[in-house]
Design a binder for this molecule. Structure first.
Ligand code: ADP
Ligand code: MG
Length: 707
């Protein structure tokens, strides 16, 4: 047998599928942690060698027991410990002395419990490191590996029988949640490959097991429950290279961006949007509900992929109530009904009066006695229709429900597109669910579940397309970076930075006296804009430092006097005169922002509404740099995008120019890297299509260059 050797730790694949397992604290009493672990290993048919460890028993559950791990005749690949924290250190030392390959430590009250526990965890880790022994946990719920029948856990989810092997791999930072999700998945007929609860990640962590699942051929789709990342760069690289669908739930998304609202970018950026943006960029799908994550993983395996993102849905069932309410949920979820082709209409016309040919289809309007055949025929027509992405059957109680249910798995399989079958009844629907489980076909209990799954599949289809998109290319027209001080920049300094990257900014010049202001305004032309300058001010207009639409010299003089006075009040000792600039006009305003996320690096943001951006919260975030196509897609992703296209006779705004500015800003952010604290263009004024966009305000804070 291959032993763990010094210098070469036991590979993860072997920890997940060990040939021998020592259960520390094994017992005949399933009320105890160790008792449950060995019971579950046996119950789920662990094929390797089991070594119960208990100093007070000679036999446990029919197996010879040993007083210590080091007293067993072989050095186990894996030891599972669910011992009290007080005896953990001694037990780990004994495992290390015995040459155990890895310990799965279910024991809690370690780093998560406070400084004393953290110190104990550190000692345990050094013992393991010195012996080249790996650790999973502590404070984890272990590993479920239905493929190798290695259920190395005390989770009550293992009370259920027959976790049939499948293709869903999972890594979870919550053990209890993972057990719950396994049981939930099993209810739905979802099947798992390998699921790992990583606990406190003293040694092996989420990124290590993610890498393992990416390489594992039995794992076809990956689900992740994440609380925090140890190695964001490695995580991102793994997602990019995954080559299989990855669905993620991240805890803590509701925590507001912790920073004070120093500027728009600081208050809008936040940790969660950056996380979501890098996942999306890498083709992974971030969801908010762990149960839906499991259903999405399952659908990605057991349903065919959506032909493309953005197609319509075809709901069909025998209840007008269920099909119509389902259809009503689509717009709110960003989904739509399909536009039926002539061929599809003709198919429907064979079974129902012409007046009823429309989506959603209520088979109650079929001609007498035709519903079963008509249903199959219509579903085949939908499957052949280019605008149909998926067929949805929201079944309600009806005679012969289970018999009718049996129609769908073959139709779904031959159609080559997802068919989502909903059984929305309670216990009376269990026979139908059993039919679906036996047919190895997914079912959903709620309309909202099916919607969540379709949205996840849509996002996955977009992710698939992203994964093959070329790397963005550096645009032409980037000049040398102007020399600028660290700290908060003035509007003029920020605009010089923007202009160096080819982003159009207002023509402007500084003025220290009213006469200078008038001279500048004459040069630029009326109407003009006058602003007070101070790097200590964040929002100028709040303090009366912005005067728009100055039509003549007199207006400039008055504005100058008033703004200088306001500036002395607002920023005593930090006034830097005034700036006079051209007055821009346009159809719409956008907010553009850039920042450097501490975990994921340079990011850009685009938001609707200019000054209203924080109120509207209509913001999209992406890692920098972007291609022009990425920048377009980001702007198109705003809820306000239809407004930019022109409504009620208003001309469309120049979104192409906005995308170009956003793309250029992303290269500026990428080049500045960690020197960039934050940069806002607020607003970028968009003129009518074809006439460009212009940055009328700029704000930036830079850090000292770190050599
Ligand atoms: P702040 O954001 O610091 O309050 P801004 O310079 O953005 O100050 O000015 C406030 C608002 O005035 C902007 O949101 C924009 O609507 C308008 N504005 C500012 N400068 C110009 C300009 N040069 N042309 C047209 N409108 C402008
Ligand atoms: Mg502004």
């Amino acid at each position: 047998m291959e032993e763990a050797k010094p210098g070469r730790p036991l590979p993860i694949a072997r920890i997940v599928a060990p040939r021998s397992v020592a259960v520390v604290g094994a017992s005949d009493d399933v009320g105890k942690f160790g008792g449950r672990v060995i019971h579950y290993l046996q119950k789920h048919g662990f094929p390797g060698q089991l070594l119960p460890i208990n100093p007070n028993r000679a036999m446990i559950r029919g197996l010879p027991a040993f007083p210590r791990v080091s007293a067993a005749p072989v050095a186990a690949d894996v030891a599972i410990l669910a011992v009290p924290a007080s005896s953990l250190e001694a037990q780990i030392a004994d495992c290390a002395a015995a040459g155990v390959g890895a310990c799965i430590v279910i024991t809690g009250k370690l780093a998560e419990a406070g400084p004393e526990g953290a110190a104990l965890q550190d000692r345990v880790l050094s013992i393991a490191r010195a012996a080249n022994m790996r650790l999973v946990g502590p404070n984890c719920l272990g590993i479920f590996n239905p493929i190798d029948r290695a259920m190395l856990s005390s989770s009550l989810a293992l009370e259920e029988d027959d976790y049939a092997p499948g293709g869903i791999g999972m890594v979870s930072q919550s053990g209890a949640l993972m057990g719950t999700l396994l049981s939930f998945g099993r209810h739905h007929g979802a099947r798992f490959s390998r699921c790992i609860s990583v606990g406190n990640q003293a040694d092996l962590g989420l990124e290590d097991f993610l890498e393992y699942l990416v390489q594992d051929d039995d794992t076809r789709v990956i689900g992740l429950y994440i609380e925090g990342l140890r190695d964001p760069a490695r995580f991102r690289a793994l997602l990019r290279a995954a080559g299989k669908p990855v669905f993620i739930v991240k805890a803590g998304r509701s925590e507001a961006g912790a920073q004070a609202a120093r500027s728009h970018t600081a208050s809008l950026a936040g940790a969660f949007p950056a996380f979501e943006a890098i996942c999306r960029d890498a083709g992974a799908v971030v969801m908010d509900d762990p149960q839906m994550m499991v259903l999405a993983c399952d659908a990605a395996i057991r349903l065919p992929p959506l032909p493309a993102p953005g197609l319509g849905l075809a709901p069909i069932a025998s209840s007008g109530g269920s099909t119509v309410t389902f259809a009503d949920m689509l717009p709110g979820a960003g989904l739509r009904l399909a536009h039926m082709s002539d061929a599809t209409r003709a198919a429907l016309g064979r079974w129902m009066p012409d007046t009823h040919i429309a989506l959603p289809v209520d088979t109650g309007s079929f001609h007498e006695g035709t519903s079963g055949d008509g249903l199959s025929d219509c579903i085949r027509a939908f499957m052949a229709d280019d605008d149909v992405g998926a067929v949805v059957v929201p079944m309600t109680t009806q005679p012969d429900m289970a018999g009718r249910t049996a129609l769908f798995p073959p139709l779904g399989r031959e159609g080559g597109k997802p068919l989502l079958y909903l059984m929305t009844a309670g216990a009376v629907g269990d026979a139908s669910r059993a039919v679906m489980r036996a047919a190895d076909f997914p079912f959903y209990d709620r309309m909202s579940d099916a919607i969540a799954v379709i949205r996840a599949l849509e996002a996955e289809a977009e992710g698939r397309a992203r994964r093959v998109a070329p790397q963005p290319a550096r645009p032409a027209g980037i000049g040398p970076e102007p020399a600028l001080p660290a700290g908060a920049l003035t509007e003029g300094e920020a605009k010089r930075l923007l202009a160096a990257y080819g982003i159009p900014v207002t023509r402007e010049a500084a003025a220290m006296t009213a006469d200078e202001a008038v001279a500048v305004a004459r040069g630029i032309g009326f109407p003009a804009v006058l602003k007070g300058v101070s790097r200590a001010v964040v929002h100028k207009s709040d303090l009366g430092l912005v005067r728009l639409n100055l039509r003549d010299e007199a207006a400039v003089r008055t504005a100058f006097a008033e703004v200088v006075a306001a500036l002395e009040r607002a920023a005593p000792g930090a006034a830097e005169g005034c700036v006079i600039q051209e007055m821009a006009r346009g159809e719409a305003e956008l907010f553009l922002g850039a920042t450097c996320d501490p975990q994921f690096g340079p990011m850009v943001l685009v938001g609707a509404g200019g000054v209203l951006v924080e109120f509207l919260q209509d913001v999209r975030t992406a890692p920098a740099p972007l291609s022009l196509a990425d920048a377009h897609a980001l702007i198109e992703g705003l809820r306000a995008a239809p407004l930019l296209r022109g409504l009620r006779g208003r001309p469309a705004a120049d979104t192409a120019a906005a995308a170009d500015a956003l793309m250029r800003l992303s290269w500026l952010a990428a080049d500045l890297g960690s020197r960039l604290v934050e940069l806002d263009v607020n607003p970028l004024i968009l003129r009518a299509a074809g006439r460009g966009a212009i940055a009328v305000d700029g704000r930036a804070t830079l850090k000292e260059e770190t050599p």
